[in-house]
Design a protein around this ligand. Structure first.
Ligand code: CS2
Length: 459
């Protein structure tokens, strides 16, 4: 079977890929970007006829994505799985693929190019190399970048490009972090401070916050086979996604940008309420269902949320513990948003694995759950279901065979010899990189955790 490419194109993308020049760089060319920003960028180009916004995608680790996309001229398909039959669409907005470890200099040069005015990022929580809200200056890779080698960290890449530019840049974080834009700005500022020189162009550059939402499970061999059946050509880079797609972006740009609002994005003055609602409702219940589901032997999130007891926990988490902490963004009813989220999780066609959502808990928990816990404790509430979610993570960490987490070694060492619920809770709660002092010192929180860990272990 032929490979998808410009020469073997069963369905035309919404834009002619050859007409696009590169105007956006995206760091973190994983499945999520291909199913999200790349789709909205393509739609915007198709509707406006503006051909300046082809994407240079940078894969931060392995060459796999380049090997998948290069022989396909950057083309790939999105396989959408909703209620009915799946649909498939070829996307043409990615015009270049760079692999950072292979070509670190080319990555910086591309971001320094004056035709590029926007950089977007999906590099996951751990990709920021942060500690206690700031840049982790003890991180060996950050230290190595600071010595002036061709940079390998995201913050190092951005700083090197900014230092080389004459015109300001807009850098849009699309990761699931609190105030992701200002957070990234702070990391880059701290990097420049460590270097001892802050370029003027940095001050003029912008770091808008953004909230992204689409469930994109890891692609499987079965998905690739199905795409081949639907397309009649082989697509090694196909991505699977649910129909839902949302991008809310703070309207704060230093220069020209794609007309993303034409592609379905919402540009707004204040992203914070959207982002809080999404992280605290969707991502929090996702993580809770992943840990509780995995502990009950469920392979997928859909199976977990179809378990009546787990669905009830998710519902209680949203209504009792989370919604009281939120200010609804304009026009959003938080309770019905919560219901929609649980319906999306129940989509059986997605086969989103609990193990995938469960990974990297040490960097996800603070963002998704622990800020809400602090808010509830501050008003004297008893965050019982939030504690259940955190306890489920604790039991999961204590029992998982191969823990997929950037702090796996630290977690395993902390748990060494901990065999009672109280010992498990105390050893994990003591980790400063995860729990703030106010959580560590909260007796009510500790008691709730011990109670929930005890109950989970009994089951
Ligand atoms: C998930 C998210 O893997 C995870 O931790 O919670 O990737 C989630 O699917 C997306 O944020 C949905 O927008």
């Amino acid at each position: 079977m032929n490979r998808l490419s410009l020469a073997h194109l069963p369905v035309a993308p919404a834009v002619d890929p050859m007409s696009l020049s590169i105007g956006v760089v995206h760091l973190g060319l994983g499945a999520f970007h291909r199913a999200h920003q790349a789709v909205i960028t393509e739609r915007a180009a198709a509707l406006t006829g503006d051909t300046r916004w082809g994407i240079s995608g940078v894969s931060q680790r392995s060459a796999t994505v380049r090997e998948q996309l290069e022989p396909q001229d950057g083309l790939y398909a999105v396989l959408e799985r909703g209620n009915g039959d799946p649909t498939i669409q070829v996307v043409g907005s990615i015009r270049e693929v760079l692999t950072a470890p292979e070509a670190p200099e080319a990555v910086v040069a591309r971001m320094a190019d004056s035709a590029v005015s926007v950089v977007t990022l999906t590099v996951t929580e751990k990709g920021y190399r942060a500690k206690s809200g700031g840049l982790d200056l003890d991180d060996p890779e950050i230290q190595a970048d600071l010595t002036g080698r061709p940079p390998r960290t995201v913050v190092g890449q951005l700083a090197a490009a900014l230092a080389r530019r004459d015109s300001p840049l807009t850098i849009v974080s699309c990761d699931n972090l609190v105030a992701n834009g200002p957070f990234l700005r702070r990391l880059v500022a701290e990097y420049f401070e460590a270097l001892g020189k802050v370029p003027e162009v940095f001050e003029a550059s912008r770091f808008p916050a953004s909230m992204v939402d689409r469930i994109v499970p890891a692609t499987t061999e079965a998905d690739r086979d199905e795409a081949a059946r639907l397309l009649g050509v082989r697509d090694e880079a196909v991505v699977v996604a649910e129909p839902f797609l949302q991008w809310v972006i703070e309207d704060d740009f230093a220069g020209p940008r794609p007309a993303w609002e034409q592609g379905g994005a919402v540009l707004t003055a204040d992203v914070a309420p959207w982002e809080q609602a999404k992280l605290r409702i969707l991502n929090a219940t996702h993580s809770m269902l992943a840990y509780l589901g995995a502990l009950r032997g469920y392979e997928t999130i859909a199976e977990a949320v179809r378990d009546k007891e787990l669905a009830a926990f998710a519902h209680t988490l949203i209504t009792d513990d989370v919604i009281p902490t939120l200010t609804p963004p304009d026009g959003l009813n938080l309770a019905s948003y919560g219901g929609t989220v649980l319906d999306r999780f129940a989509n059986p066609a997605l086969k989103h694995r609990t193990a995938q959502v469960a990974m990297d808990g040490s960097v996800k928990l603070p963002v998704r759950l622990l800020g809400t816990v602090e808010d509830r404790l501050t008003v004297g509430a008893e965050p019982r279901t939030l504690a259940l979610a955190v306890a489920a993570w604790m039991v999961y960490v204590n029992t998982a065979a191969n823990l997929d987490d950037p702090q796996a070694a630290l977690l395993t060492a902390a748990l060494d010899g901990a065999d009672t619920p109280a010992a498990i809770v105390d050893s994990l709660l003591a980790i400063d990189a995860i729990f703030t002092p106010s959580l560590q010192n909260s007796a009510p929180f500790r008691d709730l955790l011990v109670e929930q860990v005890t109950a989970l272990r009994r089951r």
